[in-house]
Design a protein around this ligand. Structure first.
Ligand code: 5GP
Ligand code: MN
Length: 329
């Protein structure tokens, strides 16, 4: 693996941070995905190896499909910790800004030391110390390097967590973030005994009932804009409630919009409340969708980003389509 000197220094400082503190809270973003859960578990694993006491928390529940990962049952919901004394040290993983952790960010004392570990180019470098690697495919990839510079020996159990984040954030080793480093790392992980094909089957080739039903309903809403350079699907609050979905049930739905030949931007509008819509942006043209999401207070990557926007489904669709149209010019 090759890193810029600056990155190596940040990695060493991050390891130092972990050594310096104890009773550490590990948190990630709301509606956690494979990289959020994988990197939370990998950070917890490293802290355990260092002999530290730590608590892993998330505002939202661990999606059931990640429940099999080692120690996933130890990630508690932040509400369960409400009565506890505030933490004086925390590690944020896969969060481009502090607010992405939602309620979990409220478990800290005002002067808490924060280590921010993330791979989003839009990361605002919040916290006492930031380790940001925009070239990393996943925050999990960074955790592998952090374990390495910490002098710990990774095993298959942490390997499985790391593989999960990389597998999901690269779309099964297909997206443009599937770098040479990713392939080398994947090979290392297989060498540790990680069963890549079993993880792929569980995480990519298995759909819950809610997920396939949402796909059916979502595809019926598929519409085009801007001369079919944009395609979008919508999921209503009613769909989400009827199907009692968890956050991972929408995984992949937006890709159907993006995958239509000729489409440059695919969008998913998920109505979270009467007046609140989560928008997922996917690009495969020239459009930097992290900038479009940024215009709505969100962020992410050049080809995959998101934002939560106030307004009815109709209002948000209109406002977002207008902004996307500007970005296409
Ligand atoms: P998704 O659309 O799958 O929720 O997210 C795609 C990418 O955008 C992920 O990298 C995710 O972290 C980022 N993202 C999604 N929603 C938000 C948001 O509200 N704020 C920021 N800063 N990033 C987001
Ligand atoms: Mn990620």
């Amino acid at each position: 693996f090759f890193f810029p000197q600056e990155t190596l220094r940040e990695l060493r400082e991050a390891a130092e941070f972990l050594r310096r503190h104890d009773d550490i809270l590990v948190v990630s973003h709301v509606n956690p995905d494979g990289d959020a859960i994988g990197s939370t578990l990998a950070a917890g694993w490293l802290l355990g190896r260092m002999g530290k006491s730590y608590v892993m928390a998330n505002q939202d529940a661990v999606p059931s499909k990640f429940g099999f990962l080692p120690n996933a049952d130890r990630i508690v919901r932040s509400a369960e910790l409400a009565g506890r004394a505030p933490f004086r040290a925390a590690v944020f993983v896969d969060c481009a800004d502090r607010a992405r952790a939602g309620d979990a960010a409220g478990l800290l004392s005002p002067d808490a030391a924060i280590l921010n570990i993330d791979h989003h180019a839009t990361n605002d470098r919040f916290g006492t110390q930031a380790l940001v690697m925009p070239d990393a495919s996943a925050t999990c990839e960074m955790l592998w390097h952090l374990i390495g510079v910490s002098g710990e020996e990774a095993d298959a159990s942490v390997g499985e967590c790391i593989y999960t984040g990389i597998l999901t954030d690269t779309g099964g080793f297909r997206y443009s973030n599937t770098s040479r480093n990713v392939m080398i790392l994947a090979a290392e992980l297989l060498g540790l005994g990680v069963q890549g094909h079993v993880l792929a089957e569980r995480l990519l080739e298995t759909m819950t009932y809610a997920q396939i039903e949402l796909l059916k309903r979502g595809l019926q809403t598929l519409e085009f804009a801007c001369g079919r350079r944009v395609a979008y699907v919508s999921v209503t609050l009613k769909d989400l409630q009827e199907l009692r979905t968890d956050s991972s049930d929408l995984d992949g739905l937006v890709n159907y919009a993006r995958n239509v030949a000729g489409v440059e931007v695919g969008l998913l509008f998920r109505q979270d409340a009467e007046d609140k819509v989560k928008v997922s942006f996917r690009s495969r043209g020239q459009v930097d969708v992290s900038r479009v999401a940024g215009a709505f207070g969100g962020g992410g990557h050049v080809r995959a980003s998101g934002a939560t926007v106030a307004g009815t489904l109709e209002e948000v669709r209109k406002a977002v389509l207008r902004e996307v149209e500007l970005a296409l010019e």
